[in-house]
Design a protein around this ligand. Structure first.
Ligand code: C2O
Ligand code: CU
Ligand code: CU
Length: 506
């Protein structure tokens, strides 16, 4: 890939939009960003809210193992090892076949689970920072969610034990210690978690060698093959950490050999901050069957789709008419039309083998659409509005507030069982923000895209992209677990500094 093109594409929003005075907040001579970066991670809250008592799951355990975070030299490149932190499998007590590995990838093991299965994981922290694991997209109880107040120090461990509540979909896991998420993920601590269920099985979708996990990851790789972090100073704080190298599944790009038939691409954006604008190189539309929380009601086609950090997209492509040797690339187009040119994410090379035959059904699943009238604040003008912002003192904010561990405002309090409409307002920051809400997936009701379009909002979402100037309305049910959960920007550098809040379900 053309490195210069890759770098310049990452800046398209900024060059289109960045108001110099905003950038100055982070770049002023020896100012804001220095104290920002050096600000120590806040100590765990002295009085962490105690999780509501609950009885743990009973019944057979499908997968029971130790997941260790360890420092490790890893060969991303053959000529030189990269010093990383990685998720490694320790003792496996049950379900070894439900752990899979992408060959050659630095990603942690892929956890293969079915809805309703019980998962026990002992997280063993063998790195030099406090940490805890969050299961992104899974709707689990507070003490299983990897909230920063649950962090364990070096040498300590945390025992998880929960039942997979989610429908079939591609989820992932990553550390969640406040202020250190970006650094720990950048060092390599991230992995995928794939859930299956009966409804998805019934579709007979392309599987096995016709189903591909594609984690989009960028890193700033230096001449010594090491991953740099925040070496760009104020610019990195402003934009979030953008790399100079694309590592698909944590590997240098290699073409994917595919059979001539239907292929299923399970795409997850696991980059710290980079947004991709997906398209096919031959101009065919993307055929989308699912998003963050699994299948859509029916397939949708789009020429381009923006995929921001933490978002997932389930894409089918029909290569049954392709000839041996045909090539097709999944690309990222410029985020702002005309600024930069597309670059290849992954090339599909067709082999001589005939692959899966399949027909797209009219309906993929029974989709449970949440009606606005279900919300306790359905009346026009009564949605809860959260305003994204930036300030010289606090850095990235929500309602002008940075993350305050253990502090929950009235507006951030929800009654168990209620459905609410929330609106995120990004009319003030000039930059995109992928907003993620822990707990149950939500549905996007509407957005007021200004001059930027391309976000894909259908299906069950746990992360929604707020484009510059956007206001996004979403609806969410709070009927699964009581306790404190997080919502935050999933640009990890924005999250760490500190565009994040707790909400409490009472
Ligand atoms: Cu993927 Cu709160 O995070
Ligand atoms: Cu999450
Ligand atoms: Cu952000």
């Amino acid at each position: 890939m053309n490195r210069r093109r890759f770098i310049s594409n990452s800046l398209s929003f900024s060059s289109a939009l960045l108001v110099p005075s905003v950038l100055n907040l982070f770049m002023g001579p020896g100012r804001a960003h220095a104290h920002h970066h050096d600000r120590p991670a806040p100590a765990p809250h002295p009085h962490p809210p105690s999780p509501p008592s609950r009885t743990g799951p009973t019944g057979p355990i499908a997968l029971d193992f130790e997941l260790q975070a360890v420092p490790e030299s890893f060969h991303v490149y053959s000529d030189r090892a990269t010093e990383m932190w990685r998720f490694r499998v320790g003792t496996v007590t049950a379900g070894a076949s439900q752990l899979s590995h992408i060959p050659g990838s630095f990603l942690g093991p892929t956890l293969e689970l079915r809805q309703g299965q019980r998962l026990r994981v002992k997280f063993v922290n063998s790195i030099t920072q406090a940490s805890i694991i969050h299961w992104h997209g899974l709707d689990v109880p507070m003490d299983q969610d990897g909230h920063p107040h649950s962090v364990v120090g070096p040498g300590d461990s945390y025992q998880y034990d929960f039942v997979i509540p989610n429908r079939a979909g591609l989820y992932f896991y990553h550390p969640h210690p406040h202020g250190k998420v970006g650094e720990q993920v950048n060092r390599g601590l991230v992995g995928l978690l794939r859930v299956r269920d009966d409804e998805e099985d019934a579709l007979g979708l392309p599987a096995d060698e016709n189903e591909h996990l594609i984690a989009l990851i960028d890193r700033r790789v230096n001449a010594d093959r090491q991953f740099e972090y925040m070496t760009g100073g104020g610019h990195d704080h402003m934009m979030g950490m953008h790399g100079n190298t694309l590592l698909i599944n944590g590997q240098t790009q290699a073409p994917l050999k595919v059979k001539r038939g239907w292929q299923r691409l399970r795409i997850a954006n696991l980059s710290n901050a980079r947004i991709y604008n997906l398209q096919w190189s031959d101009g065919r539309p993307l055929s989308i069957i699912g998003t963050d929380g699994g299948l859509l009601e029916s397939a949708e086609t789009r020429q381009q789709v923006l995929l921001s950090p933490a978002e997932r997209l389930d894409v089918l492509v029909d290569l049954s008419k392709a000839k041996e040797g045909d090539q097709l690339s999944l690309q990222s187009a410029p985020l702002v039309a005309g600024r930069g040119s597309p670059f290849d994410l992954i090339q599909l090379h067709c082999t001589s083998e005939i692959g899966a035959a399949w027909t797209m059904p009219q309906t993929l699943c029974r989709f449970d659409r949440i009606s606005e009238s279900e919300a306790i604040n359905a009346a026009p003008g009564s949605e809860k509005i959260f305003t994204l912002g930036i300030s010289q003192q606090e850095g990235w904010t929500i309602d002008a507030l940075p993350y305050e561990p253990g502090i929950v405002r009235a507006k951030e309090t929800v009654r168990f069982g209620d459905t609410e409409i929330w609106e995120f307002d990004n009319s003030g920051t000039h930059l995109p923000h992928p907003i993620h809400i822990h707990g149950a997936s939500f549905q996007v009701l509407s957005r007021t895209s200004g001059s930027f379009t391309g976000a894909f909002d259908l299906g069950w979402k746990d992360t929604v992209l707020l484009l510059p100037g956007d206001r996004v309305r979403l609806i969410k049910r709070f009927n699964t677990h009581k306790g404190d959960f997080l919502f935050h920007c999933h640009n990890l550098e924005h999250e760490d500094h500190a565009m994040m809040r707790d909400f409490r379900i009472l």
